[in-house]
Design a protein around this ligand. Structure first.
Ligand SMILES: [Zn+2]
Length: 417
């Protein structure tokens, strides 16, 4: 097979937020992009395998930086965690990875998964024994006893634990961070506030004490790992930013003060609009308790306004969907892009959030995140004009081709074997 590929004839959205380029061409040699721009600026390379992009849009592979790859978008998270033997979960992870790339998502960050399967998935993909996106795994998130990340009630436990590591106390939390490092995690995830699935106003409370939280962040940073924090309320968000955490997850109360602090410290905002929208749209029919739907509904309008304000003042806005969690399918990054547009971003800006900005958050922008010379050949060819209808990105079947490292891994919504 030829070592060179050329994607030719479509409209290029390169991930930088720049205006689209019609009649574009992307040339990839040995997995690396050597040219991306107007076709007329350079002749067609000879002997290159040709991917026809006429009538289509060419984008960098999408990124989803808030994924639970070991969950399958259930309506009942507790049943999901206790209802499956671990071996079955492992096979489902393999299927979820394929569903992810089939939908044009070529990089994910996992933010708490069962039994370190996210780390195993990363390594299996690197070895070429599984198909899937690039993975930046957190391993198990850290939560307090009774915290948001503890899904199982106190009378239930299982041999491989649950989605999160349940820890209390400064020494315990240091050790829990180190266990993730030992397992091969690339990030540390902390649950610092309640969430929309918690009853009784817990979304407005914090969970780790100040000394526990600081110890966790210090231990992670000592090991060279960035920290992602589940934080909805202002106190949790501001604490996370002040301690130097790199990303704020969900952040339904990410107000002007939070945005100013994030910009000053270079923290990223991952608002996960998709899961909130899924809960509102499908929650009642799926049987999700009323208080969860109410938790989201009460905050949704402000959440969208906070996203636009944060973007406007220059906070890095990254694309995370909470795929795998409540009613949110794997491969949903295109939905998040559309929600960014609903918030008031232009299509190139929204695509950039889901590509180059997310890559910067992951410190991977030297390799991926935009279609430019010197980067890896992670690209998608999407049927039709994404500028005219951004919702094309929501449908896996619209992905004419999905490439990772210059290799086609999916076509028309199906991962290749
Ligand atoms: Zn999540």
């Amino acid at each position: 097979m030829s070592q060179s590929q050329v994607i030719v004839g479509g409209t290029l959205l390169d991930g930088t937020g720049a205006d689209p380029v019609k009649g574009a061409m992307v040339v990839i040699e040995n997995g690396e992009i050597v040219f991306a721009g107007k076709e007329s600026a350079r002749g067609l390379p000879r002997d290159a395998a040709r991917i026809d992009a006429s009538g289509a849009s060419i984008l960098p592979g999408l990124m989803d930086v808030h994924v639970h790859i070991s969950l399958n978008a259930p309506a009942d998270l507790v049943a999901e965690v206790v209802g499956r033997p671990l071996g079955q979960v492992a096979f489902e992870v393999a299927a979820n990875l394929r569903q992810t790339v089939a939908a044009g998502v070529t990089t994910i960050r996992t933010v708490s998964d069962l039994a370190h399967l996210d780390i195993a998935a990363r390594d299996a993909i690197r070895k070429g024994i599984a198909i899937g996106p690039r993975i930046h795994p957190c391993g198990k998130g850290l939560t307090t006893t009774g915290g948001h990340g503890q899904l199982l009630p106190c009378w239930l436990c299982q041999s491989h634990g649950e989605l999160s590591e349940v820890v209390d106390g400064v020494d315990a939390i240091r050790r829990a961070v180190r266990l993730q490092v030992q397992a091969g995690a690339a990030w540390i995830k902390l649950f610092q506030t309640g969430g929309v699935v918690d009853p009784e106003g817990r979304i407005d409370a914090e969970e780790f004490t100040p000394s526990e939280f600081a110890a966790a962040v210090e231990t992670a940073h000592t090991a060279g790992l960035p920290v992602a924090v589940h934080a909805h309320n202002r106190a949790g968000i501001l604490r996370s930013i002040a301690e130097g955490c790199r990303s704020i997850e969900h952040g339904m109360h990410f107000d002007e003060e939070c945005a100013a602090a994030a910009r000053a410290k270079g923290a990223y905002y991952v608002p996960t609009l998709t899961v909130m929208n899924r809960i509102i749209r499908h929650g009642a029919q799926a049987g999700i308790p009323d208080y969860m739907i109410k938790n989201v509904r009460e905050r949704l309008t402000k959440h969208h306004q906070y996203v636009k304000h944060a973007f406007d003042i220059g906070v890095g806005l990254a694309c995370g969907t909470d795929a795998g969690s409540l009613l949110t399918p794997h491969g949903s990054a295109g939905r998040e892009v559309a929600h960014f547009v609903d918030c008031g971003l232009s299509v190139p800006q929204a695509v950039s959030a889901a590509t180059l900005v997310s890559a910067r958050m992951l410190k991977a922008e030297d390799k991926v995140g935009s279609l430019a010379g010197g980067k890896r050949g992670d690209a998608i060819v999407v049927e039709g004009d994404v500028m005219a209808d951004v919702r094309r990105l929501e449908v896996a079947g619209n992905m004419r081709a999905v490439m990772v490292d210059g290799r086609v891994v999916a076509r028309a919504g199906h991962a290749l074997s």
